[in-house]
Design a protein around this ligand. Structure first.
Ligand code: SAM
Ligand code: SF4
Ligand code: SF4
Length: 369
């Protein structure tokens, strides 16, 4: 049976979710009445960087075994999950990793995903997060294939600090070149994400702000992300978190800021603009100001586990269903609806208590951020 002709209600398995019929459309809600609107799709667990807050070299050295190719979802399987997620109300598909530009033939997947449709018949909002290292060579092909939005991670403008952050000696100039090529390729409002660690790279926040203020006319929005306790290997310490409010005060002391309204529900960043017209910046405050109440995101790992929280210890394995001989679109949609309806995650709101209770968390390069 095709997804569009499937019944709109589904009785969940006993114990899997609330004992009411589940809407198999955009009315689906989790246990906290949150709709599902975003799917982040990790395309690989591999990366050519070793950012210490994500894949520290001590843990992900030469001996580390990444997933073999056969364990990765293929493009058709990814598109199947995306198609059913869109049928349940998802509007944004964000490709990530590991480093997503390492995945061979990426424009073909983007083409496939851009031909899918949301519930209102429009194409999905297709976004990608990359470290930018391979962007110069691929930006035009990604844009031509139908990618709408681009986020580039960049933790410093100073080359020595940046090379320490990526820990593979990758030069900042090549990421900046990738950004320029992406702008010429037609990407508008590119976002740049900086993870801020107090005492490590917080001195780079103002230089980055200044750099992208200067180029704001070309449409780059810089966002500062608080260092998060994702995974179990990044040596997270609360005193390395620079709360957004403190950073915002530092920036506002130099360039006064004014708040901007959110553009859509489920937005992770608080938006601000320079009062002098220098453009927009954002703050993602997962530690100091939890936004779980608005969380509309789920994450699909490269091997087909669906996680309903960035800080979850376990995902839900979709591969057996995707690879079963009697697999059907309806069964997959029902399974996804059950998983979403059963979700009550709010890790950031309960961080203090859950950190003690939940020592295992999936790694960021597996979940895709
Ligand atoms: N490799 C790509 C990149 O770096 O953009 C995509 C995957 S990366 C896991 C996605 C995002 O997660 C990046 O913006 C990265 O800076 C962010 N990230 C990774 N570990 C983090 C942490 N511990 N705290 C905050 N952000 C983190
Ligand atoms: Fe790689 Fe991105 Fe993680 Fe850095 S943050 S190690 S670039 S996956
Ligand atoms: Fe969503 Fe989990 Fe992050 Fe809260 S902690 S915003 S539930 S991913």
């Amino acid at each position: 049976m095709d997804a569009r002709t499937a019944p709109l209600l589904w009785m969940p398995r006993v114990g899997a979710a609330p004992a009411q019929p589940l809407p198999l459309d955009g009315n689906l809600r989790d246990r906290r009445q949150r709709p599902w609107r975003d799917l982040r799709i990790s395309l690989t667990d591999r990366c050519n960087f070793r950012c210490s807050y994500c894949m520290p070299r001590s843990r992900f050295g030469p001996g580390h075994r990444f997933l073999p190719q056969a364990r990765l979802l293929n493009f058709e399987e990814i598109a199947q999950v995306a198609r059913q997620a869109l049928a349940l109300g998802v509007r944004t598909l964000r490709l990530t990793g590991g480093e997503p530009l390492l995945r061979r033939d990426l424009p073909r997947l983007i083409g496939q995903l851009s031909r899918l449709r949301t519930l209102d018949g429009t194409p999905p909002d297709l976004a990608l997060t990359t470290n930018g290292s391979l962007l110069a060579g691929q930006a035009q092909a990604l844009r031509d294939a139908g990618l709408n939005r681009l986020t580039v991670s960049l933790d410093a403008l100073d080359d020595a600090v940046f090379q320490r952050m990526n820990d593979v000696g990758f030069p900042v100039a090549e990421v900046l070149r990738g950004l320029e090529v992406a702008q010429r390729a037609g990407f508008e409002r590119i976002k740049v994400n900086m993870v801020v660690r107090r005492g490590v790279n917080d001195g780079e926040a103002l230089p980055l702000a200044e750099h992208f203020r200067a180029t704001h006319g070309r449409g780059v929005v810089l966002r500062f992300i608080e260092f998060m306790d994702a995974g179990c290997h990044n040596g997270w310490k609360l005193d390395e978190v620079l709360p957004s409010a403190e950073l915002r005060a530092r920036i506002a002391a130099r360039w006064p800021l004014q708040p901007l309204p959110a553009t859509r529900g489920g937005e992770t960043a608080e938006r601000w603009r320079y009062a002098d017209g220098g453009g927009e910046i954002g703050f993602i405050s997962s530690v100091s100001h939890a936004f779980c109440g608005d969380c509309t995101r789920a994450r699909l790992t490269a091997e087909g586990q669906l996680y309903t929280c960035l800080f979850a210890a376990h995902g839900h394995d979709l591969r057996p269903l995707l690879r079963a001989a009697d697999s059907s679109e309806t069964l997959l949609r029902q399974r996804l609806a059950e998983i979403w309806a059963g979700r009550s995650d709010a890790y950031s709101e309960q961080r203090e208590r859950l950190r003690a209770l939940r020592p295992q968390r999936a790694d960021m390069h597996v979940l895709g951020g």
